[in-house]
Ligand binder design. Structure first.
Ligand code: ARG
Ligand code: ZN
Length: 871
């Protein structure tokens, strides 16, 4: 049941108006729909039957066409499709379904979370509510009536504006909502519950007042102020940066506890995983504050990039997601530090998206086929998709990019379109030819760019030779050359920027257009042998190879005018060191390091001109996950040993520096989630994580002190994590105290679950099994499942235990969740999908667990991942 992009056909029917009535009840919910349908004129004269999408759990209890009740012989239901053979050219279809939201564990469609009803319809959840043309190119004006007992469900929300309210004959309350903007069913939303609200107002650039409302369960309403401020900043920013003004008179956000993903951009009624919305200094870390701001912005920005202009089909998902991620990244960069944000995003991309691109699920940003679309809400579609948009921004320049965006929104407002339409608008507004560039959408895999250079002192010419190669990926044996923008600068031996001439342009910074498999770029007017600063700002999502000496890397790290490359050079230096150590560990040799990295770190700590956030990022060693991505095969134990050894060596060599960094960045004031304070906390806590690796008694005490006296979650949780990961003698006590202190705050408990599951101990698996029996655990709640099993997946020693017990345990959980919540089960497979890259003994054990899963009766979601893994 694979679906192919090449098979796309326009819908044979359209739905001009959709009228829905929900009679909500604890036992059964009745949904009545009246669909004002007609044959699609684009299909000419056609007699194809009407085929509506439905889903498991939807029971059809009534069906009529223009008030004529259809007898069973005039329709049939097969494989969740409702097929009506004889239809007029225009008609009203009335359809009544019975659903049981309280038994919906997949969290797709209408379900219960805590005491409320809520929905998640993207991508294909609406069909779990009623029969419909559940595809994004069928856009309709929705009117929704919600009927419920007002005592239990005083708040009843749907998209658009509330237009009517009253009492039914049985004494229930009804509320009618109308959304004037035509939309696909995936943007439909409904919420009903006993919720508290925070109100605010945003005045648009054209002086229209928009009512803003955030709804939560009563006990959480004190944690939405930050999200509300973030929302107003997002609304203003979209006006200024993209000229996009909000369109309805009301914008609502609801927080729910049980949610498969982060959040959802339903028109006028965003629904959020509470972990991505709620924030307070005592319960929320800095990382989570930034995440809340970014996701509030992301969902808000979808109102234009996603809702006003939507996707023609799900292969085009990156049309809205890649663009919207790019928009939220730029927003966060504007709110805080551009370089810090870029480093964080690239680090994430290189660790997780590159791993996806190198694995069995590798797919293009616009996939050519899928079995289950839910499996394609991926880092490739989102993050690599955002990199594609960023490259277009680089190729066009800021002004023409904005013109392209304006044209795109103007030309396609109210339409469901493709990635090609997006690129065409960019081309038409700028005159830049993106024909070759578009291969980025259809070609999977991470390109490798290899660079060599030559300098001719006599003529003052400097030549860069670049080669590109994209590795083979599943179903894509041959690869074409991509159009890769490579931003380059040149430094002299003392670290000064050199000006050079390329193709008649003299500058300190050039964008090279690498378009062939091999190409030479010749700079003239170069007065001394330069050190190239390559791929500045990470101008393309590629792996770049150039044979830097350690001295080159140290120079770039201390002097490059491009902040991103200062970080990147330091990472490269650390990667080189770590790879040497990993080799030694695999060979069973005694580990030893060179002193360059120590010298570099020492100089960096002494350089007081740097933003503390950048110092913290540069001092952060490459993660085990990133080292795994770079390795082939992966030896988890060696990676862990190498990284720990290097950290300890650095800690001992620079213990005085780390101690003073810790002391000097200890802030006393009131907690604020601003860039400056976040930077100081991150540097302080990073310094503590090094310092504690020395034998210093003072460091051990500092951890406990900070844990006990912190006035904010960032500091308290950092201290706790440091204690756990450094195997502090008080770690177990601190974990117990922490749980006791926060047991009534589910979001904090999630953090505790994750940290507990990540403890490196011989009993790790027993601990994890215990956590799943703990009263704080709940298999129905995706956040809890992610915390425990996600934490366990990062627990290198326990997950990759030689006897395969870690893999067996995860496979058991996947099988357990497969039917209950296919989306979550499918996500849990990720660590096992890396099996081919693991050291042979482990690889075999992973493979047999994958085979064991495949033998089960699987959901489409899990089946697709596991079968592609073993193909
Ligand atoms: N469109 C949402 C976002 O990125 C993601 C929702 C995806 N949900 C899902 N179940 N696949 O903001
Ligand atoms: Zn999105």
């Amino acid at each position: 049941s694979t679906i192919y992009l090449k098979d796309y056909k326009v819908p044979p029917f359209l739905i001009d108006k959709t009228e829905l009535t929900f009679d909500l009840d604890e036992a059964t919910t009745i949904v009545t729909s009246r669909l004002h349908m007609r044959r699609n004129p684009a299909c000419g004269k056609s007699t194809v039957p009407l085929t509506l999408d439905g889903g498991e759990g939807v029971k059809l209890i009534g069906l009529a066409m223009d008030d004529y009740t259809l007898p069973p012989e005039e329709y049939r239901i097969s494989e969740n499709k409702l097929i009506i053979t004889a239809t007029a050219d225009q008609f009203v279809l009335t359809c009544e379904t019975l659903i049981e939201p309280q038994n919906n564990t997949s969290l797709e469609g209408l379900y219960r979370s805590s005491s409320m009803f809520c929905t998640q319809c993207e991508a294909e959840g609406f069909r779990h509510i009623t029969y419909y043309l559940d595809r994004p190119d069928v856009m309709s004006v929705f009117t929704t009536t919600i009927i419920a007992d007002a005592d239990r469900y005083p708040v009843m929300l749907s998209n658009g504006n509330e237009v009517e309210r009253g009492k039914t004959e049985e004494g229930k309350t009804f509320v009618v909502w109308n959304d004037p903007f035509p939309k696909p069913a995936y943007l439909f939303a409904l919420v009903a519950g006993d919720l508290a609200v925070k109100n605010d107002i945003f005045t648009t650039q054209n002086k229209r007042d928009v009512k803003l409302q955030i709804f939560t369960e009563t006990h959480n309403i004190d944690k939405v102020d930050y999200a509300m401020e973030a929302l107003k900043r997002s609304m203003r920013w979209d006006e200024e940066a993209y000229g996009r003004e909000y369109d309805l008179d009301i914008f609502m956000i609801v927080a729910v506890d049980d949610f498969n993903m982060g959040a959802m951009e339903n028109k006028g009624l965003n629904i959020f995983n509470s972990s991505c919305l709620l924030a307070s200094p005592e319960t929320t870390t800095d990382d989570s504050y930034l995440r809340v701001e970014a996701i509030v912005a992301h969902e808000y920005f979808h109102n234009w990039s996603g809702n006003r202009v939507t996707c023609r089909d799900w292969f085009q998902l990156s049309l809205k997601e890649g663009f919207t991620v790019f928009r939220d990244q730029t927003f966060s960069a504007d709110m805080h530090s551009e370089t810090v944000k870029r480093v964080e995003d690239v680090s994430f991309l290189r660790t997780a998206q590159f791993a996806e691109d190198a694995g069995p699920m590798a797919h293009p940003v616009r996939p050519a086929s899928f079995i289950e679309i839910s499996n394609f809400y991926t880092l490739t579609v989102y993050e690599k998709g955002a990199e594609i948009v960023r490259m277009i921004h680089t190729l066009l320049g800021a002004e023409k990019f904005r013109a392209g965006s304006d044209l795109y929104f103007e030309r396609h407002d109210g339409q469901a379109v493709t990635c090609d339409d997006f690129v065409s608008a960019m081309e038409d507004a700028s005159g830049v030819d993106l024909t070759q560039f578009k291969r980025w959408y259809s070609q999977a895999g991470t390109p490798v760019v290899s660079v060599t250079d030559e300098f001719d002192a006599a003529s003052g010419t400097y030549r860069l030779t670049m080669k590109q190669e994209t590795p083979v990926t599943p179903n894509q044996p041959t690869k074409l050359a991509l159009h890769i923008p490579v931003r380059v600068g040149l430094l002299d031996q003392s670290g000064n920027e050199l000006s050079a001439t390329l193709d008649g342009t003299t500058a300190e910074d050039h964008v090279l257009h690498l378009t062939s498999s091999e190409q030479v770029f010749e700079f003239s007017g170069v007065t001394a042998r330069p050190i190239p600063s390559l791929l500045r700002g990470f101008s393309a999502p590629v792996k770049l190879h150039y044979d830097y000496t350690p001295a080159n890397l140290l120079l770039l790290m201390s002097s490059d005018s491009d902040g991103f490359n200062r970080w990147s050079s330091a990472q490269q230096l650390a990667v080189n060191e770590l790879q040497a150590l990993i080799g030694q560990a695999i060979a069973g040799e005694t580990l030893s390091i060179d002193s360059q990295l120590i010298d570099g770190f020492k100089a960096l700590i002494g350089d007081c001109n740097l933003d503390p956030a950048m110092v913290a990022l540069i001092l952060t060693l490459p993660s085990q996950a990133y080292l795994s991505e770079l390795a082939n095969p992966i030896y988890p134990a060696a990676i862990k040993q190498a990284r720990h050894y290097l950290k300890t060596q650095l800690a001992n060599a620079l213990s005085g520096e780390f101690e003073s960094l810790y002391t000097n960045n200890k802030s006393q004031g009131v907690y604020q989630a601003n860039a400056e304070d976040i930077a100081c906390r991150s540097l302080k806590n990073l310094a503590l994580s090094y310092w504690v690796e020395t034998d210093s008694e003072a460091a051990q005490q500092a951890v406990v002190q900070q844990f006990e006296f912190a006035n904010n979650m960032t500091d308290q949780f950092s201290a706790l994590s440091i204690a756990v990961h450094s195997q502090h003698e008080k770690a177990a006590d601190m974990l117990a105290v922490f749980y006791d202190q926060w047991k009534n705050e589910p979001l904090v408990v999630n953090k505790w679950l994750m940290l507990s599951a990540g403890q490196e101990s011989d009993d790790a698996l027993i601990i994890v099994k215990g956590l799943m029996e703990h009263p704080a655990f709940d298999l129905k709640n995706p956040n809890k499942v992610r915390s425990v099993l996600g934490g366990f997946g990062q627990n290198m020693a326990a997950f990759h235990k030689e006897d395969g017990s870690g893999y067996r345990f995860l496979a058991d959980q996947i099988i357990l969740l497969n039917k209950r919540n296919p989306q979550i089960a499918s996500r849990l497979c990720t660590p096992l999908t890396r099996w081919k890259k693991m050291q042979p003994e482990l690889s075999e054990k992973m493979k047999s667990e994958l085979e064991r899963i495949l033998a089960e009766d699987l959901s489409k979601d899990v089946y697709e991942v596991i079968s592609k893994c073993l193909a």
